[in-house]
Write a protein that binds this ligand. Sequence first.
Ligand SMILES: O=P(O)(O)OC[C@H]1O[C@H](O[C@H]2O[C@H](CO)[C@@H](O)[C@H](O)[C@H]2O)[C@H](O)[C@@H](O)[C@@H]1O
Length: 809
Amino acid sequence: MPSLSCHNLLELAAADEAPLPSPTPLRLPRVMSVASPASPTSPSSPAPLRRVIVSHRLPLRAAPDPAAPFGFAFTVDSGTVAYQLRSGLTANAPVLHIGTLPAVAAEAASDELSNYLLANFSCLPVYLPSDLHHRFYHGFCKHYLWPLLHYLLPLTPSSLGGLPFQRTLYHSFLSANRAFADRLTEVLTPDEDLVWIHDYHLLALPTFLRKRFPRAKVGFFLHSPFPSSEIFRTIPVRDDLVRALLNADLVGFHTFDYARHFLSACSRLLGLDYQSKRGYIGIEYYGRTVTVKILPVGIDMGQLRSVVSAPETGDAVRRVTEAYKGRRLMIGVDDVDLFKGIGLKFLAMEQLLVDHPELRGRAVLVQIANPARSEGRDVQGVQDEARAISARVNARFGTPGYTPIVLLDGPVTPQEKAAYYAAAECCVVSAVRDGLNRIPYIYTVLRQESDALGDDTPKRSVIVLSEFVGCSPSLSGAIRVNPWSVESVAEAMNAALRMPEAEQRLRHEKHYKYVSTHDVAYWARSFDQDLQRACKDHFSRRHWGIGFGMSFKVVALGPNFRRLSVEHIVPSYRRTENRLILLDYDGTVMPENSIDKAPSSEVISVLNRLCEDPKNRVFIVSGRGKDELSKWFAPCEKLGIAAEHGYFTRWSRDAPWETSSLAADFDWKKTAEPVMQLYTEATDGSSIEHKESALVWHHQEADPDFGSCQAKELLDHLENVLANEPVVVKRGQHIVEVNPQRLNGGQCKAGDPLERPLTCFVHAGGHPPQTIGNPKSQRWHTSTVVGEVGRKKSHYLMLALINGFLEIE
Ligand SMILES: O=P(O)(O)OC[C@H]1O[C@H](O[C@H]2O[C@H](CO)[C@@H](O)[C@H](O)[C@H]2O)[C@H](O)[C@@H](O)[C@@H]1O
């Protein structure tokens, strides 16, 4: 059988062997169960799935200790989200962490250490050679991806903070991600594990994982911002990264903005549309539905409460309160990072004192600078700038015993930090960009729960919050500011300090209610449940891997689908006496994206060869009009054509066109056409296709987001105005189409991917007419449907080629 579907079949030919073999997993002993405060599982319920939490770093701390095994005292790092999320998982569900060792302990890597950490902490380390790790983390992650995700483009090779894209660093990034996949491969059992990957360091991991485990249950949460597609599209390997996220089953973001930027990138880069169904956003991707989730991470209430209730914290609160008695205390806590806006915050503090002399000698900003997580000129620059500005402001407005900006950039104990939070009447977060930023959440809880503040009940707090951080939408009682406007931030600080206590209480209560009910356990539970929901059909579907390298993806099909295989087709073809060959046109015999839509001379010649065989009956089945198709296929004397989805049928070039009697009334066009015209005028790049039996509105050439939005609206509009007409209004790939009802009443079953069935009558060999589905489906606009009508030799072989897949009933 010659390959007629030139480009689509080529892609399939490049596919890995299907189905992909799953490497034999090493089952680890389930020693990693974690008692969680979540509801216990009933004794009769099946063993809960294991949760495999993958993050760049394991949730561990390591302190050098010559007396400890392996020279390090390892402890759990309860401040990490990867650890905290365990409180939201099903009680008794085994948990396994996969990630790299704390940097200080990297040299201790060994199999013995792996066993030790596994047995004692449920942590399985990924060992990366140190130079690879350095290029991966400090190179690609921290100096390319991180700045870019935070909207900093590397405009020049020497830009502060961002390196230009370097392919060698990207390869290190891929190698590191592959090493994570290797580790996962050793332990994963796809039907018993739920994998949850965290953050931008591991953006490529879903592709490596999907390649090895087509049916793995994979969730990904991006803790960083997903920038506007205008920024994201500058990444030279942008398609790889978007495809990698689409290889997960559930992709989570903190905010709607990040999600919509991702959806926009999917649409602009890959032409993918999304649908919102029953509250869930889903992207259809090669037969899989990738669910997009929006829920910001919360804080660990239990952990904060244990810090608050520690006696040392109470003492520290009293100390700080005493030290700042009579002052108006504001707090800022930030990592030393280019995007935290520490310098701008200090300038705002200066402006506050300039504009409000009455606050001089009274207002104090205590800024705690957490240790930098990265290294380089950018980090040093932030540190130097913070020190320089604070020194200048303090020299300008400080007096003996009064320091307006107190910069704590050395070690600060958790108790001391908690004390500053609890004692401050205002928290200032003026980051210019941050994925979430949990500082205001922590501040709210510590203000509420610290008893050491005395009987200030009910509690109060005020937050000055950058509108460019992920927690901004969830804190509606905050004074939201543009951190780039020094004057506005200064004014917001002033407003916070002058706010009536009653209002401070109301704002505080609102925040506390939200923060305490949307904690990290709530977030984890919700993500976990959605991940299970997103994967529920995995085992009832067939998965086929296609594409090379980072373009790899899995095609998921219903149980009746088989991949088109030459071994299957050739014998079937040979043994049948009467063959009905139905060929879709666009995207099948001709590539969908070609400028010239007319068939090539090669296609004409292949069709003629097929038609020459007296056992064959060959049809082109298309939604296109009959005039265009007859012109194009004039050189094919014996070729049959079904045009306009079967409204017109012609058995050979010189036979007359037969018109379906199923649709005769076209009065509805008078109503539909003006409506379509309206949308065409309002949507640059769109157009109307007039067919004898149908009207089609096309928006492929329009802006993808706007076109898609207009298409939804048009669909709704047409459905309303045509409610009493004998038509069906449908959305397809970049189209909205109105067709006569009965022409669409084919025999496709529920769940059949053929979304636009066509009734096409085929008379041959004394057999009764066959009703066939229209292979030109919307969802599978480039898939292949091949069916054998009956199994007997005398029956027909129906071949409808679209992209190499077949359905056998
Ligand atoms: O410095 P890295 O090792 O690359 O890690 C990046 C940051 O990760 C964590 O922050 C991110 O997740 C937080 C929770 O979802 C979110 O609030 C923040 O906006 C994200 O950037 C970590 O807490 C930071 O210290 C790291 O810098």
